[in-house]
Design a protein around this ligand. Structure first.
Ligand SMILES: Cc1cn([C@H]2C[C@H](O)[C@@H](COP(=O)(O)OP(=O)(O)O[C@H]3O[C@H](C)C(=O)[C@H](O)[C@H]3O)O2)c(=O)[nH]c1=O
Length: 180
């Protein structure tokens, strides 16, 4: 397993070791010891799994009172996965990092607590599975608008995305409470 940084130092791209043979492939999708050795010490309490059709954009979501760290991977299709730094002390506060995750590249994105998260589906369908360090806390959930001009995320988007009602009414970045 190799770990590289993204444009935001604490957001890591994980390159798992893939064992391919005539049957197909095998990979360890989570190994606490290997990740700790790579500097990612996380305890997960919840696994999430969503399926979305092409053009769906989920996000940019975060939880205020129980900030979640997330280990994200795409197990079918491909997505452009984005993390937004909401830690006021960070040198990359209110900046974003994005990576393409797919069932082909098998890359994983480690997004520590303190970030908003979202993704855009690039394939006909995409399944995204991610481990979370905190439980779902709907009462403290926040949503930042995906097209906020001060964020200016470079979504590889053609036309308009498919959004939930909640996501269509996301906050301006300037109004989004930071994660202290
Ligand atoms: C997130 C979540 C949702 N739900 C229920 C609540 C709703 O009835 C239904 C759909 O929820 P929502 O529309 O918020 O799902 P997403 O738009 O995929 O939200 C996620 O999108 C971005 C990408 C994230 O990183 C977050 O994990 C999460 O906010 O699942 C639960 O029961 N548990 C949960 O942890």
């Amino acid at each position: 397993m190799q770990v590289t940084t993204t444009r935001i130092t604490d957001v890591k791209l994980i390159h798992p070791r893939i064992f391919e043979d005539s049957r197909g492939f095998f990979m360890e999708s989570w190994n606490a010891r290997a990740m700790a050795e790579a500097g990612i010490a996380a305890t997960f309490v919840q696994d999430n799994h969503s399926l979305s059709i092409m053009g769906t954009l989920r996000g940019l979501h975060y939880q205020l009172d129980k900030p979640q760290g997330k280990l994200v991977r795409c197990t079918a299709g491909s997505v452009f996965d984005v993390a937004v730094d909401l830690r006021p002390e960070s040198s990359t506060y209110r900046q974003w990092a994005g990576e393409t995750l797919s069932s082909d590249n098998k890359l994983q994105l480690w997004i520590p607590p303190g970030f908003a998260h979202g993704f855009l589906v690039l394939s006909d369908e995409a399944e995204v599975q991610y481990k979370c360090t905190e439980y779902y806390s709907p009462t403290s959930e926040q949503c930042i608008h995906w097209a906020d001009p001060s964020l200016a995320i470079d979504w590889p988007l053609v036309g308009e995305p498919l959004l939930s009602e909640k996501d269509a009414e996301g906050l301006a970045l300037a109004d989004a409470p930071p994660i202290e």
